[in-house]
Design a protein around this ligand. Structure first.
Ligand SMILES: NC(=O)c1ccc[n+]([C@@H]2O[C@H](COP(=O)([O-])OP(=O)(O)OC[C@H]3O[C@@H](n4cnc5c(N)ncnc54)[C@H](OP(=O)(O)O)[C@@H]3O)[C@@H](O)[C@H]2O)c1
Length: 250
C-alpha cells in the first residue's frame, strides 16, 4: 500500500501504540483521523500530526458507528484502518465484573468488527484498502489470569484471518499485528502492573514501525518482536508441550 496520500483512521491514538502509529503514519504522508476517549490527549496528537480528532468511546454500542460516520464526514474515505484501541484486565476470572467483561468484548473485539463491517465495502468498491488489527500474543497462546482479555484477542486473530480470505480478491489487504509486552500505560489502565523480568517491554514506536512497514509491504501477520512467532508456532504444532512449558513458566 502507498501510504503517501492515503487516508488513515487510527483508533486508540491518544496513547501508547496508537499514538506512536499516528506519528508514523503521518510521517509516511497519510492524511489522518485519530480516535480515543481522552479528548485533551487526542487533541495534542492531532495537533502534532495534522490529524482530525474524533473522541469516541468504542465500548458504547453506537461508538463504532459514530466514529465511522464522523471520519467519513470529515475526510470522505478511509483507505487504511488501524483498529488498535483496546484494554486489558488481569486477575482470577471470578473477580472479573460482568460490566468489565462486556466492555472488554465491545472494545477489543466488537468495535474492530463493526468498523471493518462499515468501512470495508467502500474500500472494495474502490478496489483499494487495508485493515490492520492490533491483537496480542495473548490471543495466540492464552495467558494465565488474562482469560477474558486473551479470548477477545483470539477473536480478533480469527476475524483478521477470515477477512483476509474474504477480502483479498477485492483489493483489500488485512494485517494482524501481535505485540508482546509493550511499555505503555496499558498495564496501569488495567489495574495490574507488569511484574515479570522477562520479556523486557519494548517501546511502542517499534510496534508502530512494524505496522507502517506491514501496511506498505502488504504483510499479513506480524509478531513484534519477531521471535514471538516461535511460541505461537509451538502452540500450533505441539499444543501439549506448549501447555506443559506455559504451566511451568507463565
Ligand atoms: N502494552 C502492551 O503490552 C500490549 C501488548 C499486546 C497488545 N497490546 C494491544 O495494543 C493496543 C494498544 O494498547 P497500548 O499498549 O497502546 O495501551 P494504552 O497506552 O493504554 O492505549 C490504549 C488506547 O485505547 C484507547 N481506549 C481504551 N478504551 C477505550 C474506549 N472504551 N473507547 C475508545 N478508545 C479506548 C485509549 O484511549 P484513552 O486513553 O483516550 O481512553 C488509548 O488510546 C491494545 O489493543 C492492546 O490490547 C498491548
Amino acid at each position: 500500500m502507498r501510504l503517501a496520500g492515503a487516508v488513515a483512521l487510527v483508533t486508540g491514538a491518544s496513547s501508547g501504540i496508537g499514538e506512536a502509529t499516528a506519528d508514523a503514519v503521518a510521517a509516511a504522508g497519510s492524511k489522518l483521523v485519530v480516535s480515543g476517549r481522552d479528548a485533551d490527549r487526542l487533541a495534542v496528537v492531532a495537533a502534532r500530526t495534522g490529524a482530525i480528532a474524533v473522541p469516541v468511546n468504542l465500548a458504547d454500542p453506537d461508538g463504532p458507528d459514530r466514529l465511522a460516520a464522523a471520519a467519513l464526514a470529515a475526510v470522505g474515505r478511509v483507505d487504511l484502518l488501524v483498529s488498535n484501541a483496546g484494554a486489558g484486565w488481569a486477575g482470577p476470572i471470578g473477580e472479573l465484573s460482568a460490566a468489565t467483561a462486556a466492555d472488554m468484548v465491545m472494545l477489543n473485539l466488537l468495535a474492530p468488527m463493526q468498523l471493518a463491517r462499515m468501512l470495508a465495502p467502500a474500500m472494495a468498491e474502490r478496489g483499494y484498502g487495508r485493515l490492520v488489527f492490533v491483537s496480542s500474543i495473548a490471543g495466540a497462546t492464552g495467558v494465565r489470569h488474562e482469560a477474558a482479555y486473551a479470548a477477545t484477542k483470539a477473536g480478533v486473530n480469527n476475524l483478521a484471518e477470515s477477512l483476509s480470505y474474504e477480502l483479498s480478491g477485492q483489493g483489500i489487504g488485512v494485517t494482524l499485528v501481535l505485540p508482546g509486552v509493550v511499555d505503555t500505560p496499558f498495564f496501569r489502565s488495567r489495574g495490574r502492573p507488569y511484574e515479570r523480568r522477562w520479556p523486557v517491554p519494548i517501546r511502542p514506536d517499534r510496534v508502530a514501525r512494524a505496522i507502517v512497514d506491514a501496511a506498505a509491504r502488504d504483510r499479513e501477520v506480524v509478531y513484534v518482536p519477531g521471535w514471538l512467532r516461535f511460541p505461537a508456532w509451538l502452540h500450533g504444532v505441539a499444543p501439549g508441550t506448549f501447555r506443559r512449558l506455559a504451566s511451568r513458566y507463565s
